[in-house]
Ligand binder design. Structure first.
Ligand code: SER
Length: 629
């Protein structure tokens, strides 16, 4: 069966069973908290959490799709049989139980078996499943175990795993999540390690490949709520403590790795031999003196990365050193480096782009139109990157010369190979190849040891940036809350300065990070210690009074007429938000400013306000730094 046929059959199967087919969302998600779409459910998050009404927007609770996804957490594994950076996910959903309440575990499992065995013809005895064994006050999923058994999965083919393997989500730190049950396919003994306990998630071999993940989303992972009277301690706790609440509804969220399933159906040993990748690999082979069987992993990496680049560039991502652009740059540079291993020259990938465009014609129709742009992006990046690589070659030569001159063993140590990798972007294979030319060997094991140590060190940072499921942005929720609070404090500060010093005080600039606020304002002399204390006290007084913060949307002119302060360096839209900070009992207004927000709702959340420094900024402009404790 071709992969196109598989796609068609999947959609038809769910369509016939009352599911609405929804289009793939963009690889760039609407929510700014994650860099890329990494699962089909991402565009459905507001419906899965119960925030939005799925029936109102889609006319049904039952949906299905194929979705473009990108995950780079496993980038070092690319080149094995089953991993990809860009991939597609087939998925079906039941969002909130329907009127009869019947589409949850049993029906989801039944659909899955029906589709795999009856429609695709997979043999039941080749299927192994995993279920959740329970953890963190969440009970084991005994129900799924019984359902699988009832539908003919051998009990010996059902294995239990904990949070890491059988609990899915949330996409970022908080949100809908739940126990999952996965279908793994037994590729046969020839792929196995032969150990008696070999099975799904085997740490030693790739005999079993995970094909379908069925998530029973009943939970919402949340940061433990903070007590505002114990702010400092609570914030510390918040960084590590979460709780799992029940969601207001139950959802089924499933995902099939499209390429993996295609490989099984086409009877191929890996995703790269399927009709999705094979034409690309063949084009590379035509351009290289090396053949696929000699350097399988490198061919696979090139095909995987090129396809990811095509999709990213088509979505408007440009290489840079930040966020999405950085991910693209990393993939581009990996591809460029690996292409040298196959001695590929010039625009070697031009025909590959054609094959990629052809395959996705009618699926993602605009892809082919981006060929020129893709070539420009790759070639520009290559030029920049070659300069770095040349520096690496110099370093490599120096290293060899040093060793030869000093009679050292003809060995490149693991750390040295790692340094070439880390600083100059040399993949291990490149170092090995260059070393061989000079009759040197490379300590491969030590390279990987150093690599892992380094990974561990940067794990926390990297996890923040690229990890988890959704590749999170650096700013955490906690940081955002701090910034919001400092933002409201800035309004209080401006109002207090105007009360103490007079109405000549006007905002000239402002900068907030999670540590402090910085506020520039017009005033033509240094403030006295007494004035600063007065301002600080006034802000603290208003915090204690627990003033209310609200906003109204007003036409700009009306907002200005109402006396709202505006920072005229900005260009305002015709309708603006006016934030008012006022006493809810007396209605007395303390501050009124045009501002986009966001702000806290009540000032008592701010804690204690403290001025850290007052200084000159430019002529006639003073600068105050302050913080909340
Ligand atoms: N959200 C689950 C996954 O990504 C199922 O779609 O595996």
């Amino acid at each position: 069966m071709t992969s196109k046929e598989l796609r068609k059959r999947f959609l038809n199967f769910f369509k016939q069973r009352g599911h609405k087919i929804i289009p793939s969302s963009s690889l760039i998600p609407l929510s700014s908290t994650v860099l890329f779409t990494s699962a089909g459910m991402q565009q459905l998050l507001p419906y899965l959490s119960g925030e939005k009404d799925v029936v109102k927007d889609f006319g049904t609770r039952h949906l299905a799709s194929y979705q473009k996804c990108l995950r780079t957490g496993d980038i070092e594994l690319i080149g094995d049989d089953t991993h990809n950076t860009f991939f597609e996910m087939l998925g079906n959903w039941s969002i909130g139980q329907d009127e009869k309440g019947e589409y949850f575990k049993e029906k989801a499992i039944n659909y899955a078996l029906n589709f795999f065995c009856d429609v695709l013809g997979l043999k039941r005895e080749r299927l192994w499943v995993t279920v959740f064994s329970g953890a963190k006050n969440i009970p084991p999923d005994k129900e799924s175990f019984e359902i699988w058994k009832k539908y003919g999965i051998l009990p010996s083919h059902i294995r239990s795993f904990g949070m890491t393997d059988n609990f899915w989500g949330p996409v970022t730190k908080e949100g809908p999540c739940g126990p999952c049950t996965e279908i793994h396919y037994d590729r046969g003994e020839e792929y196995g390690c032969g150990y008696p306990d070999c099975g799904p998630n085997c740490p030693r071999c790739q005999r079993f490949v995970e094909l379908w993940n069925l998530v029973f989303m009943e939970y919402n992972k949340k940061l433990k709520t903070k007590n505002s009277y114990n702010r400092t301690i609570a914030l510390k706790q918040a960084s590590e403590s979460f709780q799992y609440e029940k969601l207001p509804q139950k959802n089924v969220d499933t995902g099939i790795g499209f390429e993996r399933l295609a490989a099984v159906l086409e009877g191929k040993p890996s995703v790269y031999e399927t009709d999705i990748f094979w034409p690309i690999i063949q084009e590379i082979e035509k351009k290289s003196p090396v053949n696929y069987l000699q350097q399988k992993r490198v061919f696979r990496i090139l095909a995987d990365h090129l396809r990811a680049i095509v999709f990213l560039v088509s979505e408007g991502v440009v290489p840079s050193n930040l966020d999405r652009g950085y991910v693209l740059r990393r993939i581009l540079r990996r591809m460029i480096r690996y292409s040298t291993l196959l001695l590929l020259k010039g625009v070697w990938y031009a025909d590959c782009l054609k094959r990629i465009g052809e395959y996705y014609e009618g699926i993602y129709p605009s892809l082919l139109q981006n060929e020129e742009r893709v070539i420009t992006v790759i070639e520009n990046e290559r030029e920049q990157f070659e300069r770095t690589l040349q520096k690496g070659m110099k370093q490599f030569k120096k290293l060899i010369e040093f060793k030869l001159k000093n009679g050292k063993p003809k060995i490149i140590r693991g750390e040295e190979a790692f340094e070439l990798y880390e600083t100059y972007g040399f993949p291990l294979e490149l170092t090995v190849q260059l070393a061989q030319e000079k009759n040197f060997s490379v300590e491969r094991e030590n390279f990987w040891k150093t690599f892992k140590e380094h990974q561990e060190i940067s794990r926390r940072g990297a996890e923040k940036k690229f990890g988890g499921h959704g590749i999170e942005k650096i700013q955490s929720k906690e940081e955002k809350i701090k910034i919001t609070k400092l933002h409201t404090a800035t309004h209080l500060l401006q109002a207090a300065l105007r009360k103490v010093l007079g109405s000549q005080v006007k905002q000239q600039g402002s900068d907030i990070n999670e540590e402090r606020l910085r506020f520039d304002f017009s005033f033509n002399r240094k403030l006295t210690g007494k004035e600063l204390k007065e301002v600080e006290n006034l802000v603290n007084e208003k915090i204690k009074e627990n003033l209310a913060v609200k906003f109204d949307k007003l036409p700009l002119e009306e907002a200005l007429r109402s006396g709202a302060l505006a920072f005229f360096r900005e260009k305002y839209p015709s309708v603006v938000k006016v934030y008012t900070i006022f006493n809810p009992e007396t209605k007395e207004v303390f501050s009124k400013e045009i501002c986009a927000g966001p702000h806290v709702r009540t000032t008592s959340q701010l804690g204690h306000f403290k001025i850290l420094k007052e200084q000159s900024s430019e002529r006639g402009v003073r600068r105050i730094r302050a913080t909340l404790e």
